[in-house]
Design a protein around this ligand. Structure first.
Ligand code: SAM
Length: 301
């Protein structure tokens, strides 16, 4: 199903909890705020099942920190019951070492691990916690468990980690990980003017070194630079009408609301209430309503 702007909906980004064990100063929390209910693994599975009727084929589990859920392997099992093309997870990696094998066995295809720095002091400055070693162990465990292609999400922060890009390229290339360089999005979390870091210079540099450059239309038209020995994707959402024009995602909050856009909270649609009432038609209507409410946040006009 396409929205009014001709965009298909192929991805569902599910926040499975609002809780997190880190306190990254810039975090947008996937645009989710405290709710009074939390979806069970079974409910998430059922919603995914109905989402596939509308063309959803890729599921991303996120949070909060998804690994804080004790039943996270059960969530993965419930989601994979719908035979979607891909189930992946975005995690801060701090708790990954112990559960990577279990998640792979439950059917998780791959992971994105969020890591903005390889420097311990900078890690603590960004996240408020001294857990860098645990993350590095988690990355190794994910690779051993076959949760690949793994991606490392690095949000560029001016004056904090912008000089670490080369080090990150070396770290990820060596391990066969795709590096995603992410532009800071303006939300309530950080002092945007202070920390926003333009990516033009970095992209120019990548362009000169790349053996190939691709544009991934289905992934918000993001550019991918193939380097000899490594891959870097660049995610530039701010004031980027191309980014929004190619958005194919819906979101689901931990308390069971469908969310048409990360950046807005005024147009959510309750999908958990009809589900809990056993009203499958009501769940379908919630999807139709949400898709009808989708509109590009940044656009030409
Ligand atoms: N706790 C999990 C994690 O750390 O991956 C999942 C939730 S976290 C909100 C998901 C991703 O959003 C992380 O890669 C994080 O770096 C990114 N993110 C958070 N706030 C952001 C912002 N203001 N701009 C750009 N990316 C942001």
């Amino acid at each position: 199903m396409r929205d009014r702007f001709g965009r298909p909906v192929t991805g569902l980004r599910i926040s499975v909890t609002e809780k997190c064990n880190l306190d990254c100063f810039y975090c947008h929390r996937e645009g989710c705020f405290s709710g009074s209910r939390e979806m069970t693994a079974g409910e998430i599975g059922k919603i995914v099942g109905l989402a596939t009727e509308f063309g959803v084929s890729k599921i991303k589990l996120t949070g909060g920190e998804p690994l804080l859920r004790k039943d996270i392997a059960g969530v993965v099992t419930a989601v994979t019951a719908s035979r979607v093309k891909e189930v992946s997870m975005t995690t801060n990696g701090t708790l990954l070492a112990k559960v990577a094998g279990k998640l792979a066995a439950a059917g998780l295809d791959r992971v994105n691990i969020s890591l903005d720095t390889l420097d311990e002091a900078t890690y603590k400055r960004i996240t408020g916690r001294g857990l860098l070693r645990e993350v590095l162990r988690g990355i190794d465990a994910a690779l051993s468990a076959g949760l690949t292609p793994a991606k490392l999400n690095m949000v560029l922060l001016a004056g904090v980690n912008e000089r670490e890009v080369e080090r990150m390229i070396a770290y990820t290339s060596k391990r066969g990980i795709i590096l995603q360089l992410i532009e800071l999005l303006e939300t309530n979390g950080a002092d945007f003017e202070t920390y926003h870091c333009g990516l033009d210079g970095i992209e120019r540099n990548l362009g000169k070194r790349a053996v190939a450059v691709r544009t991934r239309r289905s992934m918000q038209a993001r550019r991918k630079y193939i380097l000899s020995g490594g891959e870097v994707e660049v995610v530039r959402p701010m004031h980027n009408s191309e980014f929004c024009a190619h958005c194919t995602r819906l979101r689901l909050t931990p308390d069971g609301y469908l969310k048409p856009c990360l950046m807005r909270n005024d147009n959510l649609v309750d999908v958990l209430s009809p589900l809990r009432a056993g009203d499958s038609e009501g769940v379908r209507e919630a999807f139709v309503k949400t898709i009808a409410r989708r509109e590009p946040y940044f656009r030409m006009d």
